[in-house]
Design a protein around this ligand. Structure first.
Ligand SMILES: Nc1ncnc2c1ncn2[C@@H]1O[C@H](COP(=O)(O)OP(=O)(O)OP(=O)(O)O)[C@@H](O)[C@H]1O
Length: 267
């Protein structure tokens, strides 16, 4: 489904501040995989999602989606088949547009027609259907400006937008991190249900190790631009948070230094 071969990404290349954010990444994600991604500060997790989405160009290596080389494909072309949500509810939805206009925009992603033709009767049915899967009653608030919704409702809408047209791949970059704990749990439950029901192939970055262990069928851990741990469903089920911290130290030779990750365990 998605395959990364020898992918590297540098920032400030050729300067004293050069950072190798991705260091020869090889990764194969199979259809229906729900992969959680965890790692230390600046490990390269967001960069990994960004190169897959086409937001950032790679310096070395290639990216294949469904056997097709998409390495040089721009972000707007990939947006037609990749859903992407980051942690900022203000960025994932447009405040001055209504719920249905936001969905219309998402529905038109990767298609050629103009936005003006987007909100039609049959599409409203599709929007209502996507929103009712979320289960927050937003299907009854289609005309409401998104700026009046809570952060949790906006991330729920972002999930509906990312899935109103079934994406080949869903990328989630700490999409619950900016929410209060109750809203974060709700959005995570909705996310898990959507992924299972629609069998969505998903890559989810989280700073919460418990979340990384509880959800998905595979877990990868990153450190300094490399994947240092890749565990499948059976091993993942048996791992605890202290096991993960220990495995990090064994694989990296470093001490786990991300306070957010460690503090998240007592949320
Ligand atoms: N646009 C950029 N310009 C320069 N350096 C960048 C840029 N984006 C990321 N980096 C650097 O690349 C490295 C990887 O960053 P990235 O954001 O991918 O890590 P991360 O694992 O998501 O970190 P965190 O969990 O702390 O958000 C870091 O050293 C970071 O400072």
């Amino acid at each position: 489904m998605i395959r990364l071969e020898g992918v590297s990404k540098y920032f400030f290349a050729g300067t004293p501040n050069q950072v190798k954010a991705l260091d020869n990444i090889n990764l194969h994600i199979r259809p229906g995989d729900f992969v959680t991604v965890i790692g230390s500060n600046g490990a390269g997790k967001s960069t990994l999602l960004n190169v897959i989405a086409g937001v950032i160009e790679v310096d070395e290596g290639r990216i294949e989606l469904d056997g097709k080389d998409v390495t040089d494909q721009p972000e707007y072309r990939r947006a037609g088949f990749i859903g992407y949500i980051d942690q900022n509810p203000l960025a994932s939805t447009a405040a001055d547009m209504t719920v249905e206009e936001n969905l219309a925009m998402a529905f038109m992603r990767g298609k050629r027609r103009g936005l003006s033709r987007a909100v039609t009767g049959s599409r409203v049915m599709a929007f209502k259907n996507a929103l009712s899967q979320i289960g927050m009653g937003l299907e009854n608030r289609l005309k409401v400006p998104v700026g009046t919704l809570s952060g949790g409702q906006r991330q729920a809408l972002a999930l509906a937008m990312a899935t109103v047209v079934q994406p080949k791949l869903l990328l989630l970059d700490e999409h619950t991190a900016a929410l209060d704990p109750k809203a974060a749990r709700l959005i995570m439950d909705i996310t898990d249900r959507l992924i299972r029901t629609n069998k969505l192939t998903t890559l989810m970055v989280t700073h919460n190790m418990e979340q990384a262990l509880r959800y998905g069928n595979r877990l990868i851990m990153m450190h300094r631009g490399k994947i240092i741990l890749d565990v499948g469903p059976h091993e993942k089920q048996r791992l605890s948070v202290p096991d993960l911290v220990k495995r990090f130290t064994q694989s990296s030779g470093d001490v786990f230094d991300d306070d957010r990750v460690l503090l998240a365990q007592v949320e």
